[in-house]
Design a protein around this ligand. Structure first.
Ligand code: SAM
Length: 279
């Protein structure tokens, strides 16, 4: 979560596996690079975590296109890099997709607006805490939610502090904001809704997946990437109607964690064709 140095364009990530290099090359060739047209010293500049999240969306592009979302949402949009990328991945020309993004930082909302405008993407931007005020309007409507939350373990009093600190300050185990986002996601996601979220090893991603499993969600690690500073996991959650809460026992947890780990090398299977004519 180091802040990236100032650059005129936002490219991919640092160290890449062959699959990731492939995806990055795909990204660079198939989707417009997101230009950093605006910045602010109090707004999180896209970094390894942002790149990993967008790489996960690219890796899952075929599924996203077939998913035909009509409502996409980002919580904590920062510079707008992720929501703009998502719109470009889904195709600007495709009508009927609504984008909405929130951030608690007013400067982030301004920078996101400029990033979206520069790429011809229309989205509703809301200055709010997570999705406060949107609970009724968006309940059960969000088909794709993307979140790169403040996940760094920090002293509790830094959580929610004004300005750039709120970009990373996650309190104990980095979970303070994440644990508030999960029930909101559950409330806003549609029946077919998908959540893509960045987590760090210190956040205990397995426990997050278990928590979501208790709410009826299956999960999959789409990208696991270690940088010098951190080990990031991009996890996708979706409702699994075959799982009931009663089935989530300690025994199933053991099997579940095993299967979660076994999924890591499979992320290349999530890449696919460029067809977007299915909706
Ligand atoms: C790690 S940054 C990610 C920014 C951007 N999504 C990206 O990936 O580059 C986290 C963002 O969440 C915002 N944020 C932190 N706490 C929030 C809250 N309670 N509600 C809404 N946004 C919040 C921060 O202002 C920051 O823009």
């Amino acid at each position: 979560m180091l802040l990236a140095s100032n650059s005129s364009s936002i490219l991919g990530s640092g160290l890449r596996s062959p699959e990731e290099a492939d995806i990055a090359s795909y990204k660079e060739n198939r989707t417009a690079q997101i230009r950093l047209v605006s910045s602010h010293n109090e707004v999180y500049e896209p970094c390894d975590d942002s790149f990993a999240l967008v790489d996960a969306l690219l890796a899952d592009r075929t599924n996203l296109l077939e998913h035909c979302p009509t409502m996409c949402m980002e919580i904590g949009c920062g510079s707008g890099y992720v929501i703009t990328s998502l719109a470009l991945i889904l195709g600007r020309e495709r009508g009927g997709v609504n984008y909405i993004a929130t951030d608690i930082n007013p400067n982030a909302v301004k920078v996101t607006r400029e990033t979206l405008d520069a790429h011809g993407v229309d989205a509703e931007l809301i200055l709010t805490d997570i999705a406060s005020g949107l609970e009724n309007r968006l309940a059960g409507l969000v088909d794709v939610m993307v979140v790169n939350p403040p996940y760094v373990p920090t002293p509790e009093d830094e959580v929610g502090a004004e300005g750039i600190i709120s970009s990373w300050a996650g309190g104990e185990n980095g979970r303070r904001v994440i644990d508030r986002i999960l029930p909101v996601a559950d409330h806003l996601l549609s029946e077919k809704g998908w959540l893509y979220m960045v987590t760090l090893t210190a956040n205990n991603p397995s426990e997050i997946c278990l928590q979501m499993r208790k709410k009826g969600y299956a999960s999959k690690i789409i990208i696991q990437r270690s940088t010098e500073e951190e080990s990031l996991h991009i996890i996708k959650f979706w409702r699994d109607f075959d799982t009931t809460v009663d089935e989530v026992t300690d025994q199933s947890l053991i099997g579940f964690l095993g299967s979660l780990l076994a999924q890591i090398p499979l992320f290349s299977l999530w890449r696919g064709s460029n067809s977007n004519d299915n909706c």
